[in-house]
Write a protein of this length. Structure first.
Ligand code: PLP
Length: 423
């Protein structure tokens, strides 16, 4: 194409034009094949061109594609909310449907604040978060994100939310060894709550496994149990941002299930529509809904396309597909196989510093010096170059570095569709 009016991520870059997708592959108009080892942005969880999903879309389109949430609900949205309530742990029974992960985390933030208002505690308005994190690109979600590379242009507009360190064992912020660390990173939250004042804090948000900002940074075993206890002790809601990890990516419906905790609120996105339609959700427990149900009975948020029937039908079909084909059950074994295969590469390529993650969310961190763990200088753009070289040979990887502040190294994510097979 000679001329484009499409605003692309990099205006001068020539992006391949995709013709079609099938299973774990995408094919461009020149016929070149790409193995989608990142599921796009960790999104195409059941692969491309799945017939059942296309049929569900068509069936819904023949009935109705749009109803406005303030006037109607739809069979698809009602069924989806019910199925999500049954598929998630604890009493995460309420779903608020939106269109993107950013909207889902912002909605979670707003519901947390409203919960306390309706309980007569209007001063609880702050949301705390961690450095080396990403919760979305809209101003509220970016405020919560500890991602200097994505914040820097908009700093004057952003609230200062991130305050604590991530559970980043490979580069422990406290210079401890994982076996004897005493979970200082979790305990830092307790100190932060006391310093800032729990009476002013509505919630704490974290990604169960850090995605875009750090490359599948996975916490040690008891981290989330301690975090949840600290939140409960101070009467502060815990929001799990499962936009990347939810819908089976790590081998359970929610990643939090690995550590046996039920968050007060959860944000979902990406794999929920699996790339077939824009849909995301904020899940809310009974306890958090209670004062709102008894009080104003109105959640002060929403978008024109919230709970869109077409998108809801897609997400419902994705969930049914996952169930019918036992997709989530197989994720752990596939992830272990992939991780073990990647570990063999570590002996061949010394610049592979760390291989981590859970299920089919696997991160690889690159280092200039494997002994000292010295990162490559940022200006070398190692992450971006690795991703580009792989794409040139037909392999799609996801770049995952927060950049600029040196708090996270160069990393990529490998996250193929959960339906990938060995051969
Ligand atoms: N939260 C997490 C954990 C994410 O990984 C992302 C996107 O990468 C978002 C929120 C924002 O989602 P979206 O890009 O759909 O707005």
């Amino acid at each position: 194409m000679d001329r484009t009016y499409l605003i692309k991520p990099e205006l001068d870059e020539d992006y391949p034009v995709i013709d079609y997708g099938k299973g774990v592959y995408l094919f461009d108009i020149s016929g070149k094949r790409y193995l989608d080892a990142s599921s796009g942005a960790v999104t195409a969880n059941i692969g491309h061109g799945v017939e059942e999903i296309n049929e569900a879309m068509m069936d819904q389109a023949k009935k109705v594609s749009f109803v406005y949430r303030s006037q109607f609900t739809s069979v698809a949205a009602e069924k989806l909310a019910e199925k999500i309530a049954l598929s998630t742990p604890g009493d995460l029974n309420w779903s608020f449907f939106v269109n993107s992960g950013s909207e889902a985390t912002e909605t979670a933030m707003k519901i947390a604040i409203q919960h306390w208002q309706e309980k007569g505690r209007p001063l609880k308005t702050k949301i705390l978060s961690r450095w080396v994190s990403y919760h979305g690109i809209t101003i509220g979600a970016l405020s919560m994100s500890g991602h200097p590379g994505r914040r820097s242009r908009f700093v004057p507009l952003l609230a200062d939310f991130p305050v604590v360190s991530p559970p980043y064992c490979y580069r422990c912020p406290f210079n401890k060894e994982p076996k004897s660390c005493g979970y200082e990173c979790a305990k830092e939250l307790d100190v932060a709550f006391r310093r800032i004042g729990p009476e002013s804090i509505a919630g704490f948000i974290a990604e169960p496994i850090v995605g875009a900002a750090g490359g599948a940074i996975t916490p040690p075993k008891d981290y989330y149990r301690i975090i949840k206890e600290i939140c409960e002790k101070h009467d502060i809601l815990f929001i799990a941002d499962e936009v990347m990890t939810g819908f089976g990516r790590t081998g359970t419906m929610l990643a939090c299930e690995h550590w046996g905790i039920v968050p007060d609120l959860v944000s979902l996105g990406k794999g929920m529509g699996a790339g077939y339609a824009p849909i995301a959700a904020t899940l809310v427990t009974e306890r958090v809904m209670e004062p709102i149900k008894k009080g104003s009975k109105v959640i002060m948020s929403g978008h024109t396309l919230s709970a869109n029937p077409q998108s809801s039908a897609v997400a419902l079909a994705v969930l049914e597909y996952l169930e019918k084909n036992n997709v989530i059950e197989d994720v752990e074994a596939k992830g272990t196989y992939l991780k073990n295969s990647l570990k063999k590469l570590k002996t061949l390529f010394p610049f592979i510093g760390d291989i981590r993650g859970k299920g089919l969310l696997i991160g690889i961190e690159f280092v200039g010096n494997p002994k000292t763990k010295q990162s490559f200088p940022r200006e070398l753009n190692v992450t971006e170059r690795v991703v580009k070289m792989a794409k040139d040979v037909g392999l799609l990887l996801y770049p995952a570095t927060a950049g600029e502040d040196g708090k996270s190294g160069d990393a990529i994510i490998i996250s193929p569709p959960l339906t990938i097979t060995k051969r």
